[in-house]
Design a binder for this molecule. Sequence first.
Ligand SMILES: Cc1cc2nc3c(=O)[nH]c(=O)nc-3n(C[C@H](O)[C@H](O)[C@H](O)COP(=O)(O)O)c2cc1C
Length: 371
Amino acid sequence: MANLKTKICNIEFPNPIWTAAGPTSANAGMLRQAAEGGAGGLVTKTISVQPARVPIPNIYSPFAGSLLNAELWSEMDYRNFIDNQLPQIKALELPVIASLGYSPDDLKLLGKGLEKSGLADAIEFSIHYIGKDIENLKQTASALKQQVSVPVFAKLSPSISDLKSVIQALDEIVDGYVAINSVGPALDFNIETLQPYLGSQDGRGWLSGRAILPIGLHFVASIYSLSKKPVIGVGGISSVQDVVKYLMSGASAVQICSLAILKGQQVCGELAKELSQWMDEHGYDDIESLIGIIHRKKDRKQYFLNEGDQLYPLIQTERCNFCDRCVRSCIHHAIRFEEQEFLVDRSRCVSCGLCVSLCPKSALKLIENFY
Ligand SMILES: Cc1cc2nc3c(=O)[nH]c(=O)nc-3n(C[C@H](O)[C@H](O)[C@H](O)COP(=O)(O)O)c2cc1C
């Protein structure tokens, strides 16, 4: 059976699927449910010096599997967190990663308190509300790092445009990265009442869940290329395949937020079991053998429309259920079925590949110079 144990910054985790900062990690009771459900690590909801003033309503699902939220950070007093919640979280006997925010002064005070308690195995600090100024990011990271002896992870927001400069600036200070936070700002509203679905002042919130998976994968793969420090993947995970994608992109572990909100606290443990099964079926013995492997496969041939070799969709007829999805989604009208025969008009096909990705039976694949 595949070994799911991982060691990150010398901390041993029973499996690489952790909670993420959010409502399902808001207190010890919530985290107990995640621990009992089989999570491999416990990340807490972000604590700051000023408790958040949280607007209501603050979570809305714009479409299946995704969420908009205006939750901010924890509304809990930090002294309550350190004195009362943290000892109970530590008693769950899993590594504890405390999430902190936001200013250098906040992090100095909170870091000192956590260090004194000795109850956090690592700390992640969120850059979500502190802007993208590189000097400020460095000061924030250093302020925390000076106070604590445990590993410090920087949790990055997807609004960062110059990732290379951010990693260069932080790499000598932090011990690792977490990517990504939710995406936005984002807006949705009711067209009858003209009211936004979220209670924040401008009605805006942050997008998470399935819609943001490719953004998270991009960040993790990029950080893996830019730094030797571990990166923890978060954003859009809804299946074991998504977990595998993060690990293959370079993540040493992953965190789950929206899926746990939508489907319950046991999802981390369920994904861990599925991951073990998937690894057995695909011949991977341990997590290490999956981490970053897409970076080792460089032999990808590139194609360009109307230049040299071209790609065209080929059907495996035995798989096709004639649902017509490929025909209807081909905006170039290049696909048709004649007497259940799949025909591609090469003069119309632009080899975009959409039909292949939409086929519910995986009956299509792109083949070089076919027909
Ligand atoms: C309701 C809600 C509250 C969140 N609160 C926090 C928070 O306090 N601190 C933080 O760093 N991230 C917070 N996040 C972001 C998540 O930790 C995570 O980075 C993001 O949602 C992407 O992961 P997901 O697609 O699995 O939800 C929150 C997300 C949601 C949906």
